[in-house]
Design a protein around this ligand. Structure first.
Ligand SMILES: Cc1ncc(COP(=O)(O)O)c(C=O)c1O
Length: 401
């Protein structure tokens, strides 16, 4: 069986994690702090905060901006549940927007239509690792400034809708020469097991707020929020005579462990030189193979302004129904190849359906979902295995078309 996206767990990772296990310090400590430093350098920003998931980072960002009941947050209909669930956690309303039919990123036109005086945040999702058109999104937020109703200090200071990038897929992607992490006010990466860079579970918030915001101070505040509102982390408390601490808020518990950060440090060290080129080579091989078939619609991976992080290869089959797509998937699995679908749109999920969201309102999302099959992409996938995948896909499509 060819798996969909097993993590790259080699001797280097095992050795490094073993060393951390033996060090006597396994929770948030020096490894986490080092990963934060290296990540911020990698993205070209001053501050990154490591957490136990991207979901936690998205929610902390919304709460930091004071998003709550009565507020609206614009998210794409075509995303993973995390993007909208965090809005619900805050008591606010996710306002869904349709996506572009080519790159599957949130549609600027749909955002403009969705904005009201209650809109506090836009959360673009870098689908499959391809950055959205952030200049366009900023221009929309700028245009909506005159109607923005600031309800707290942060909102007054920014004076507009916050651009919070769900960059769960896009570490290493670029837009107009800038790295993901430097494209929105706050960006959140995921280091979940299937992601390009994994810490088993994990994520990071990267801060890029404009002056007069003090990103270092926000990092410090949110580090405290991520650990129960405690003024000292476990490591600091352990220092000689430093045991006393205070709780300054009813914070959350979503800090990253040093065990996870140890994996992240190895993964980051080889990310540009090894991981990204390997993923690109796999995806290029798929691209070249399928480009000769008239039934294949290929994903946007690169254009004049952007380059993907090559997280996914979301193949679409032209002019098929959802039922036909499901049949093709079954046939691919029957050939011992695991594939996936990104994503089952939010309005098709019971929870969101029961809230009243309707799939018919997002036709581009539905059309693309119904024809989409994500192919395996992972570091250890060999060219021989790629040939097995492409053969399985081609034969399965032929049997159904
Ligand atoms: C688009 C998107 N956003 C958010 C997340 C949540 O990431 P995490 O599992 O690290 O919380 C995911 C995870 O798959 C995702 O695909």
């Amino acid at each position: 069986m060819i798996n969909f996206a097993p993590p790259r767990i080699d001797e280097k990772i095992i050795e490094a994690v073993s060393e951390t296990l033996r060090s006597g310090w396994i929770t948030t400590g020096p490894k986490t702090k080092l990963l934060e430093k290296k990540l911020s350098e990698y993205c070209g920003v001053t501050q990154a905060l490591c957490l136990n998931s991207a979901t936690a980072g998205l929610e902390l960002a919304l709460r930091w901006y004071g998003v709550g009941p009565g507020d609206e947050v614009i998210v794409p209909a075509y995303t993973y549940a995390a993007t909208a669930n965090v809005v619900i956690h805050c008591g606010a309303i996710p306002v869904l927007a349709d996506v572009n039919k080519d790159d599957l990123c949130i549609s600027a036109e749909a955002i403009e239509k969705a904005i009201t005086t209650k809109t506090k945040v836009i959360m673009p999702v870098d689908f499959g690792g391809l950055p959205c058109n952030y200049d366009l999104i900023y221009a929309i937020a700028e245009k909506a400034k005159k109607d923005f109703q600031a309800a707290n200090e942060q909102q007054k200071k920014l004076g507009r809708i916050l651009i919070l990038s769900d960059a769960a897929h896009s570490l290493g992607a670029t837009y107009k020469g800038r790295n993901a992490g430097k494209l929105a006010d706050i960006s959140v990466f995921s280091f979940h097991a299937v992601k390009n860079l994994t810490t088993a579970e994990g994520g990071a918030m990267v801060f890029n707020l404009p002056a007069p915001f003090d990103n270092a101070l926000i990092y410090k505040q949110l580090s405290i929020t991520s650990l129960h509102g405690q003024t000292k982390d476990a490591m600091a408390k352990m220092q000689k005579g430093n045991w006393k601490y205070d709780i300054v808020e009813a914070g959350y518990k979503c800090n990253m462990t040093d065990l996870a950060a140890t994996m992240g440090l190895i993964e980051l060290e080889r990310y540009t030189s090894d991981t990204l080129p390997k993923r690109k080579a796999i995806i290029d091989a798929y691209y070249n193979f399928f480009s000769v078939y008239s039934w294949a619609e290929l994903p946007v991976l690169k254009d004049e302004e952007r380059e993907s992080s090559y997280h996914l290869f979301p193949l679409r089959i032209k002019d098929i129904t959802e039922e036909q797509r499901d049949k093709i998937i079954q046939k691919i699995f029957d050939r011992d190849v695991a594939v996936n679908v990104h994503f089952i749109p939010l309005p098709m999920m019971s929870f969101y359906k029961n809230m009243g969201y309707e799939m018919n309102d997002y036709p581009v999302t539905y059309n693309n979902f119904s024809r989409e099959i994500s192919l395996p992409v992972y570091y250890d996938l060999s060219m021989e295995e790629i040939a097995i995948v492409t053969k399985a896909v081609r034969e399965s499509v032929m049997e159904v078309l």
